[in-house]
Design a protein around this ligand. Sequence first.
Ligand code: 5GP
Ligand code: ZN
Length: 135
Amino acid sequence: MKNDCIFCAIAAGEIPSFKVCEDDLVLAYLDINPFSEGHTLVIPKNHYTGLLDTPADVLKEIILRVQKVAAHLKAALPCDGFNVLQNNGAAAGQTVPHVHFHIVPRYGAGGGEIAFANHEGKMDALAALAERIRM
Ligand code: 5GP
Ligand code: ZN
């Protein structure tokens, strides 16, 4: 547990939360400022900052819980779809530096993407970039 981490305090039960499910490794609870009804956060109980420092075995367990909770929300709520979001770093909008996945139920047709404005790509620039970053 990391001092001054809100999500560690929630995982430890020191700060209350509206739990959706819990086991030894993972906790899912309602986001306090929901984007939509049923907006749920899935976190590991241990502290990791983001995607890159979360061990692979933990990450596998988390994503399986995300799938399980999303399936449950889809069955339990009258939603028509859902987004799964995971922010890394302040530049990407991460406000709580304890790795978490958002499950955001979506209602009705064509709710649109969540703050995701695309820009038309230039083929030569895309080709050069792919060349530069190819793994
Ligand atoms: P981020 O922007 O870091 O991806 O998302 C952090 C999320 O945590 C936000 O959607 C915010 O509403 C939620 N949040 C922040 N503090 C608390 C809290 O104390 N309890 C709960 N349940 N959610 C929180
Ligand atoms: Zn933490």
